[in-house]
Design a protein around this ligand. Structure first.
Ligand code: ZN
Length: 499
């Protein structure tokens, strides 16, 4: 059917319809008047349909409340009270994808299926889970999914347990995770990106049921939601269902969830952190060295695309100039780079793994000297062309690995939509790509290197080095803390934990 701009369909007002020729689709943007919900429909011929509901969920602290809530809403809801609807769903469903993800500023619940009936059921289960979860009725959900005290017998040792608590303890034992966490904390000290949305095990036990409920009440409201439909589907039926079953029961309220910008630094920082290795492991060649830069805005389509190409150019192949220079200088056994643009203020980094802490200064020197040479002499145009071609091929192919295409597009949409920019900005990449192709005749990437890397003060050098016995020492502290807590409990309180 042909929809008219400005018309309302089952409570959803159509705000815009525009072709997105890069992906052979039409994007329809709606606003649900009564509840304030946003909805994007990417209409195309793909029969692997995708639905998702996402919320902007900046973490207020390091307790991991966004992550714990993501687990918890899938533990039963108003219409689907069974304890493990998610597990049951996977067993009985024909879905091609079913998951929930916590990002640093959003939480996403996507489903995909080629079967109409199945698609509808999954949508129903997910909407009921996020808007009417059983978390208020059963406080044991937070204890099970987040954290709780565990005690096998009254005389035994008290410990912390919980699905997310255990999961994050595992995550934080890896140097990669320690580096990533520290980099965000240092580069974004005044914004939610400085906090751990997944939960820092040292802070998870500070989360209370009241804070947990308050987080759901505030952020899991339709007015703070981003609904997404993709593929070859009958849109009106879905709009009607979502309106009648869910959104019509809510009234729009203002939800303050916008992500503030971190003001740039006046000088780069240098930070050393430790990660745990066992007391018997040797510490040589186990240090990670990393230079991290905050690069513009995630809504700047051309800059983000250019930086993903620059990353490949500098570090993507063994012959890439920055990678080669570091390896030749004997700094680290493995050198790579990444560009993370799934946030408001993207970051670019260069990492040397299996290096040594004494090499930190040399590492920075080699990176900066190499970049300066590239700017002065100009980057080999064959390398520029190969890197642009490789990225263009990836874009046209739209291969998102294990994720369905429609979900890959969805995540790209949120990369601008979540920051109040047009949802299809990153999908409409042709104009940006054309502009970047000026690099074949002009010093395009050289200028980016100069401005965003060499002259960039919003950056930091990280030395992440192994510390023997760190994990054991931390475990002793926690044991001590728990023993002191237990000593203050009455017999009845102890009995309640054992039960
Ligand atoms: Zn998890």
């Amino acid at each position: 059917m042909k929809m008219q701009i400005g018309e309302t369909y089952h409570g959803f007002k159509l705000q815009e319809s525009r072709p997105v020729k890069e992906i052979n689709a039409t994007a329809h943007t709606f606003r649900h008047d009564k509840s304030g919900a946003r909805l994007l429909f990417l209409e195309c011929g793909d029969d692997n349909k995708v639905f998702s509901v996402s919320f902007r969920t900046p973490p207020p602290d390091n307790t991991g409340v966004p992550h714990i809530l993501e687990h918890s809403v899938l533990c039963g809801s108003r219409k689907f009270p069974l304890k493990e609807p998610f597990v049951e769903l996977i067993k009985g469903s024909l879905n091609t994808y079913l998951n929930a993800m916590t990002f640093s500023d959003k939480t996403m619940y996507p489903v995909a299926s080629q079967n109409d009936k199945d698609f509808h059921n999954l949508m129903d289960v997910y909407l009921d889970a996020v808007f009417f979860p059983n978390i208020y009725k059963y406080p044991e959900i937070l204890r099970q999914e987040g954290w709780h005290y565990e005690l096998d017998d009254p005389a035994g040792e008290l410990t912390y347990k919980g699905v997310v608590y255990n999961e994050m303890k595992g995550v934080f034992s890896s140097p990669e995770a320690v580096l990533e966490r520290k980099a965000q904390e240092i580069l974004f000290p005044d914004t939610p990106y400085g906090l751990e949305s997944g939960g820092d095990p040292d802070h998870i036990p500070a989360l209370t049921q009241e804070q947990f409920e308050a987080f759901h009440r505030k952020y899991y409201h339709p007015a703070n939601s981003y609904l997404y439909l993709y593929g070859d589907l009958r849109i009106e039926e879905h709009l009607q269902f979502i309106n009648e079953e869910y959104l019509s029961h809510f009234d729009a309220i203002p939800v303050e969830s916008s992500i503030p910008e971190q003001p740039p630094f006046t000088a780069p920082k240098a930070v050393t952190v430790e990660y745990p290795i066992s007391s018997t492991e040797r510490a040589g060649d186990k240090t990670f060295l990393s230079l991290n830069y905050v690069v513009g805005r995630g809504t700047d389509v051309e800059l983000c695309l250019a930086f993903s190409i620059l990353k490949h150019m500098l570090l993507g192949t063994p012959a890439a100039p920055l990678k080669k220079a570091l390896i030749d200088a004997g700094i680290g056994k493995d050198v790579s780079g990444s560009f993370n643009d799934g946030i408001l203020q993207p970051t670019f980094n260069v990492v040397a793994r299996n290096a040594n802490a004494e090499q930190a200064k040399k590492f920075q020197e080699v990176v900066e000297t190499t970049l300066r040479q590239l700017v002065a002499q100009g980057i080999d145009k064959r390398l520029v062309e190969a890197s642009i071609n490789s990225r263009e091929f990836q874009l046209r192919e739209a291969n998102y690995g294990t994720r369905p295409k429609g979900l890959g597009y969805n995540i790209e949409c949120l990369d601008s939509w979540l920051y109040d920019a047009p949802p299809t900005a990153h999908l409409e990449y042709d104009a940006a790509l054309d502009s970047i192709k000026n690099a074949l005749t002009q010093p395009y990437f050289e200028k980016l290197i100069e401005k965003y890397l060499l002259q960039n003060k919003h950056s930091a050098l990280f030395v992440v080095k192994p510390a023997r016995g760190l994990a054991e020492a931390r475990a002793r502290e926690i044991r001590q803390e728990l023993a002191e807590y237990k000593a203050r409990l009455t017999e009845q309180e102890i009995a309640a934990i054992v039960a």
